[in-house]
Design a protein around this ligand. Structure first.
Ligand code: CO
Length: 134
C-alpha cells in the first residue's frame, strides 16, 4: 500500500533559524517560505536527494501546529508522509483493519494539492502518519 517516504514534517518555533540551520549548517537546498493559509501553516521545503523535509510554522492564530508548539516549545517531528497510488483503496483497507483515519475519514486535498489522509498516532507507534496519493 505505501511506497516512498514523501516527507518528514518538523515544526519549527523559529522558521528563519530552522531554515538557516538546514541551509547553512547542513548544506541542504531550501525553498523560500510558502504561506498556506487554508492549512494554517507556513512551510519551507528542504530538498534532499531521496526525500524532503518540511519545516512548518503556524500561520495565524490557533490551529494544530500552534498547539503542537505549545506542547513542544523546542519544536519536533510532527508527521511522516508515505506515498500511495490509490488513497481511496488505502482508506478503505485501513478502516477495514480498524485503523482510525482522522477527520471524517475521507481523503482531503493536502498542502501539495494532492489527496491526503492522516492516521491516528495511537494506531501507528505513536507517530502521526500522512498518506499522500502521488
Ligand atoms: Co505533510
Amino acid at each position: 500500500m505505501i511506497g516512498k517516504l514523501n516527507h518528514v514534517a518538523i515544526v519549527a518555533p523559529d522558521l528563519a533559524a530552522a531554515t538557516a540551520l538546514y541551509r547553512d549548517t547542513l548544506g541542504a537546498a531550501v525553498s523560500e517560505p510558502v504561506d498556506l493559509p487554508e492549512h494554517g501553516v507556513t512551510t519551507v521545503f528542504v530538498e534532499l536527494p531521496n526525500t524532503k523535509i518540511e519545516l512548518l510554522h503556524p500561520l495565524g492564530e490557533g490551529g494544530p501546529i500552534a498547539k503542537f508548539l505549545e506542547k513542544n516549545p523546542a519544536g519536533g517531528i510532527h508527521h511522516v508522509c508515505y506515498e500511495t497510488d490509490d488513497i481511496k483503496a488505502a482508506a478503505e483497507k485501513l478502516k477495514a483493519d480498524g485503523m482510525r483515519v482522522l477527520g471524517d475519514g475521507e481523503p482531503k486535498i493536502g498542502a501539495h494539492g494532492k489527496p491526503v489522509l492522516f492516521l491516528h498516532p495511537k494506531d501507528f507507534v505513536g507517530t502521526l502518519v500522512e498518506l499522500e496519493q502521488v
